[in-house]
Ligand binder design. Structure first.
Ligand code: NPW
Ligand code: ADP
Ligand code: K
Length: 510
């Protein structure tokens, strides 16, 4: 699913109106109906609902929502339209005219002074002050109103965007002066700002409402940001053919584990096997042999010369994917071994965890990364590699710059993991849950991505598929185990079921 920039929304609206032979007011009615339906499913008609409308089309939506709710028997609707400069958008003006003909509706048009209505936690506020047409931070009365709403404790439903939040970049915005929504109802496609952790409290739960916007226009408009869903990954998955053997599904070499961190090797190897790799070999410290051979009997073990950590990353056989990182530590001799690997390997590479910390210790190694290497840093590892970042917007911008510069794929892990391709395109993931914030879940992800590389998927696809499936495995496991009890081995064990769910188009994915 494409994530459009706010300034392109108008183009899509116009194309929709033209293709469907409707006018913009009819599209607004469609949007307002969708919002009203959501409110109706969540609140009784006896609910007091205070609707705040701004001067643009976001305000127009809000006025239409108020009218529809009133028509549906919600008699405790109070509407405030802010028309402080005496100019409303065309459709907002039309909605105003329709609303004021309603008998008995409580409507106030604010032109100058404003006495805010009493609000408490028992009330619902519909926030239609500003949406994607916001062109500067809230100031003056609008800012005070946002703060007033936030302080009231009322349940806030924001239309399209919480007022005061921009659709894209908000690093300079003081979130205190933005309406804090409990529920954000946006239209058809998400905004980029939904994917940054700093906006999570402002957005509350967000939901996309289908208003049947024109598909062909949405296909046409270019964007560098996408959201990955089941329907996007399913076509990438190749069926397994009848007359095939394990060699057809590739061999993975995992440089993983060290004394005290052998579990990382176990988790990666298990996830790799559960995601369809034909053969998995773990190369690790000698001490790890009994652990790996017992915990993952399906994997082969190649002992390092060293007892406690890896000192050699020579690749002596043909492997379709090589992984380095989970649990390897950052011993000098391990860094040397990694350097050798980066300079000599011909196999597609996945680098995670301590491999990234090793590179951070010797930053010139970044220039040795083979093209299309997949690196999978969490925020801490990313900042160690590329410098401290104050916010997730700056970090994403740096990831885009670095993916292009080094010609690599960066999987920046988080709630919405962002996979950044060498072209600079960003693929946000839609699966995963906070239960996965548990030791070793990154090691599992590395194994999944490597499995797809080994099976012959292009690195960009292996990364996107791996991230989606890993999150889905977590989502499926959490249904059985719950967020508190979920551990990384559960995610690994669910990988196969996650792949099957996508192939079989299981509900609720499709
Ligand atoms: N496909 C869709 O998604 C559909 C979207 N639809 C809806 O349209 C909405 C977008 O409407 P929109 O373009 O009219 O912009 P909106 O957010 O109402 O703001 C513009 C107004 O605010 C003003 N203004 C801006 N910033 C300000 C500030 N800080 N402080 C004070 N004033 C400020 C600005 O004034 P200006 O500065 O330009 O004079 C202008 O008057 C969208 O969010 C969705 O709800 C549906 O109806 C149909 C399908
Ligand atoms: N709150 C969350 N929502 C969704 N996914 C999460 C959440 N927390 C963690 N994850 C996922 O779990 C994995 C954690 O990786 P990482 O931080 O490297 O863990 P570890 O170092 O313990 O292996 C990432 O893939 C991340 O996207
Ligand atoms: K809004």
């Amino acid at each position: 699913m494409k994530i459009f920039e706010s300034h392109t929304i108008k183009e899509i609206d116009n194309a929709t109106c033209e293709a469907q032979n409707i006018d913009s007011l009819q599209l607004m009615e469609r949007a307002a109906n969708a919002v009203a339906c959501e409110i109706i499913t969540r609140f009784f008609p006896t609910q007091r609902i205070v609707v705040i409308a701004g001067p643009g089309n976001n305000g127009g939506d809000a006025l239409a929502v108020a009218r529809i709710l009133y028509e549906q028997g919600y008699k405790k609707v109070e509407v405030f339209l802010f028309n402080v400069i005496g100019k409303l958008s065309h459709d907002c003006e039309e909605e105003r005219k329709k609303l004021i003909t309603m008998d008995g509706i409580d409507f106030t048009e604010v032109k100058r002074d404003f006495q805010p209505p009493y609000l408490s936690e028992n009330d619902v506020v519909v926030d239609g002050m500003f949406g994607c047409g916001l062109n500067k931070q809230l100031q003056g009365g609008f800012m005070m109103l946002a703060r007033y709403i936030n302080d009231s404790g009322a349940y806030v439903v924001s239309i399209d965007l919480p007022s005061g939040l921009f659709g894209e970049w908000n690093a300079d915005v003081n979130r205190r002066d933005v309406v804090h929504a409990d529920l954000t109802l946006s239209f058809q496609t998400p905004k980029l700002s939904f994917f940054f952790s700093e906006n999570s409290d402002v957005l509350g739960e967000w939901k996309l409402l289908d208003i049947d916007l024109d598909d062909s226009m949405m296909k046409e408009i270019p964007t560098n940001y996408l959201l990955v869903e089941a329907k996007n990954v399913r076509p990438l998955l190749k069926p397994r053919k009848l007359f095939t053997g394990k060699r057809d599904y590739g061999s993975v070499l995992l440089f993983s584990g060290s004394i005290g961190m052998m579990g990382a090797a176990v988790l990666s190897a298990r996830a790799c096997l559960r995601s369809g790799a034909g053969l998995v070999t773990v190369h690790s410290a000698r001490i790890g042999m009994p652990v790996v051979q017992t915990a993952v009997p399906e994997a082969m073990f190649e002992p390092d010369r060293n007892e406690n950590y890896i000192t050699d990353m020579g690749v002596h056989h043909t492997h379709q994917a090589v992984v380095a990182g989970p649990g390897i530590g950052t011993n000098d001799r391990t860094v040397d071994a990694l350097e050798e690997l980066l300079k000599t390997t011909k196999s597609p590479l996945v680098l995670d965890a301590d491999a990234l910390n090793c590179i951070a210790r010797r930053p010139q190694l970044l220039t040795n990364l083979p093209s299309y290497t997949i690196i999978t840093p969490h925020i801490g590892e990313f900042d160690r590699l590329f410098g401290e970042h104050n916010n997730s917007e700056d970090r994403l911008k740096k990831a885009i710059e670095m993916a292009k510069y080094h010609n690599i794929i960066i999987v920046l892990k988080g709630h919405y993991t962002a996979t950044v391709r060498p072209t600079g395109r960003v693929y946000f993931n839609s699966t995963g849950n906070p239960g996965m914030a548990t030791a070793g879940s990154g090691d599992v992800l590395t194994g999944v991505i490597a499995a797809f590389l080994a099976q012959g998927y292009r690195p960009e696809h292996a990364a996107t598929l791996g991230v989606y499936i890993h999150g889905l495995a977590g989502d499926m496991a959490v249904k059985e185990i719950g967020e508190y009890g979920l551990v990384s081995s559960d995610i690994a064990n669910y990988c196969g079921r996650a792949i099957r769910a996508i192939i079989n188009r299981e509900s609720p994915l499709f």
